[in-house]
Design a protein around this ligand. Structure first.
Ligand SMILES: *Cc1c(COP(=O)(O)O)cnc(C)c1O
Length: 222
């Protein structure tokens, strides 16, 4: 069996060096994250605040990492998200921007964020591409947020043409929004994403292997 270090090294060698790799650690135990960080991972992504806190608050990592929030933003969790994470990739509506901005302000922090655009019917969240500019304006009006670019989740499909078409929509939104960070591409579609101009891929399975089942206890996760 390949180790996490071997899988990460192989991926890092395949992905162009200007593309940042965010290792998605959701449902992965801390031991696996430590292995990944020892292998060179510098950015991690998590979808759930409570899980991230349990994993990262104890600070059992050998090196500091940049923690990205990539899950759905519930406004009542904005404070916890702003306190726990270094960057938030999933700002998809004005209410989320407002709640995060207030939270960051109260923490005396300027939070780097990405605007999440919806490019696929299989994805529940994200603002529609034609609303991206208006949302970008709302984010830029908030001094406690720094808008760095766009994030999108590709369609659940094996059809490469469909992937490329969806990423094209995201690229158009990124061009209108501006910034230097274009976060598209996951384990199954990062090659198409890189071809479409990705500067940041978010990869779980390819680095860690199949994800463990989501913990059943509600308290443990959300
Ligand atoms: C889980 C997740 C990923 C990683 O998915 P893999 O297919 O395991 O690479 C990337 N982005 C988001 C938003 C996710 O929720």
């Amino acid at each position: 069996m390949e180790t996490i270090a071997q899988r990460y090294a192989r991926l890092r060698a395949l992905v162009p060096s200007h593309v940042r790799i965010v290792a998605v650690t959701k449902f992965q135990p801390l031991e696996s994250v430590i292995e990944a960080v020892e292998a060179g991972v510098s950015d991690v992504g998590e979808n759930y605040v409570q899980e991230a806190r349990r994993k990262y608050d104890a600070n059992g990592l050998p090196k500091p990492v940049t923690k990205h929030f990539i899950g759905h933003i519930q406004t009542n969790k904005a404070k916890a998200i702003a306190a726990t994470f270094d960057a938030v990739q999933s700002v998809d509506r004005p209410e989320a921007a407002e709640a995060l901005a207030k939270a960051a302000e109260s923490l005396g922090k300027r939070l780097p964020v990405l605007l999440q655009v919806n490019i696929s019917p299989s994805e529940r969240y994200g603002c529609l591409p034609d609303q991206a500019e208006r949302l970008a304006e709302a984010i830029r009006a908030r001094t406690s947020l720094r808008l760095d670019g766009v994030m999108a989740i590709g369609p659940i499909t094996k059809d490469r043409t469909e992937m490329a078409r969806a990423f094209q929509l995201a690229a158009e939104a990124f061009a209108r929004v501006g910034g230097d960070t274009f976060s598209i591409g996951m384990s199954g579609d990062w090659e198409e994403a890189v071809r479409a101009g990705s500067t940041m891929i978010r990869v779980g399975t390819t680095i860690f292997g199949p994800r463990p089942a989501r913990p059943v206890s509600k308290n443990a996760v959300m």
